[in-house]
Design a protein around this ligand. Structure first.
Ligand SMILES: Nc1ncnc2c1ncn2[C@@H]1O[C@H](COP(=O)(O)OP(=O)(O)OP(=O)(O)O)[C@@H](O)[C@H]1O
Length: 327
């Protein structure tokens, strides 16, 4: 039985189709990423899967339960960590966990054991008796994740788990997420607009844009699907290079001012020949670089646009603003 199966899932808000008939299957034990820019429909998708919003049409099952007719069963079998923080700042980490455990009616001794184990898993056991208001952003996120796992869900939803965290804290959090998937076998579905996050953590990624899935595969396959390596040659005469490279293994050429970008399979094998040909043709080379395609290249390929980082910073500013307003 797959952990999640979505079939033409759709959500409209008035005239706006936020999620437009998406279908996918997530196997048990996977870390699955929904990657896309702000407003693509990622949060709405996981809100439907976690029964927080009802779909306009389409169906989905989570752990075998229908998200509409089996709402309670779905909720019992999942953990959710959404973007808005919901910890009680005036309580300690342990007290926050304990309160949540009581809500789920986890009995005394078992509750204490699980809290201890989970706080250790996210590296907070030494700080468990400190008030949450003394915690850094990264520590709060780790605590929220630990709390989301207290009732031992089979599937954990993480909405932008590292939004607004500095790169070092983000790296640590990735380690924790990977570890709990590895050690506890929990299926994780996360949304992100960070390419690096999807690349580093996810077994498979669905690239989502304007409510539809434009590509879905392992990160490796997605990168391979757009045509192998990316070779950039800077030259005084880029037009001549583009004219020379007509071999069948060249899958794409883009001309820029002073350089050409060439997509090809097995660049390492072909570069010596290219250099020889250019030399023979009397075409100068100023520099040459080879890199593997990134998920950014994949997004660009499938949508014709980039996932802009400034969209992300706008979102972060909004979140900080809301947080400050709640204090
Ligand atoms: N409750 C709502 N009412 C009206 N429109 C909504 C509502 N929730 C989301 N939307 C709209 O649906 C679209 C998808 O939003 P969604 O939050 O799912 O995107 P996202 O990819 O998760 O982006 P973000 O990271 O910004 O949350 C956006 O255009 C958003 O404005």
């Amino acid at each position: 039985m797959p952990a999640i199966h979505a079939d033409t899932l759709t959500k409209s808000f008035g005239d706006l189709v936020a999620v437009d008939g998406i279908s996918f299957t997530i196997e048990s034990g996977e870390i699955f990423g929904l990657l896309g820019p702000n407003g693509a429909g990622k949060t709405t998708t996981i809100s439907m899967l976690s029964t927080m919003q009802k779909p306009t049409s389409g169906t989905a099952t989570v752990n075998g339960h229908d998200i509409v007719t089996g709402e309670d069963d779905v909720r019992k079998s999942i953990g959710i960590v959404f973007q808005d923080q919901s910890l009680d700042e005036e309580l300690t980490a342990y007290e926050n966990m304990d309160f949540h455990g009581r809500l789920y009616r986890i009995a005394g001794e078992e509750r204490r054991e699980r809290i201890g184990e989970l706080l250790a898993l996210v590296g907070l056991e030494d700080r468990k008796d400190d008030l949450v208001k003394t915690y850094s952003g990264g520590m709060r996120r780790r605590l929220e994740i630990a709390r989301g796992l207290l009732h031992e869900p089979k599937v954990l939803f993480l909405d932008e788990p590292t939004l607004g965290l500095d790169p070092q804290t983000r790296n640590h959090l990735w380690d924790y997420i990977a570890r709990l998937n590895d050690e506890k076998g929990i299926t994780i579905i996360l949304t992100t607009h960070y390419m690096e996050e999807a690349d580093r953590l996810c077994d498979r990624v669905a690239i989502i844009d304007r409510g539809t899935i434009v590509a879905l595969d392992t990160t490796e396959n997605l990168k391979a699907s757009i045509g192998g390596d990316v070779v950039t040659i800077a030259s005084p005469d880029p037009g001549a290079i583009a004219g020379l490279l007509t071999a069948p293994w060249v899958s794409g050429i883009e001309r820029h001012d002073g350089s050409v970008t060439i997509r090809m399979q097995d660049a390492d094998r072909h570069i010596p020949g290219i250099v020889t040909d250019l030399h023979r043709g009397g075409i100068g080379i100023t520099s040459l670089s080879v890199r593997k395609p990134t998920l950014e290249d994949v997004f660009l390929h499938y949508t014709g646009r980039t996932i802009r980082e400034e969209e992300a910073s706008g979102k972060e500013a909004m979140r900080m603003f809301h947080r400050a307003g709640r204090r």
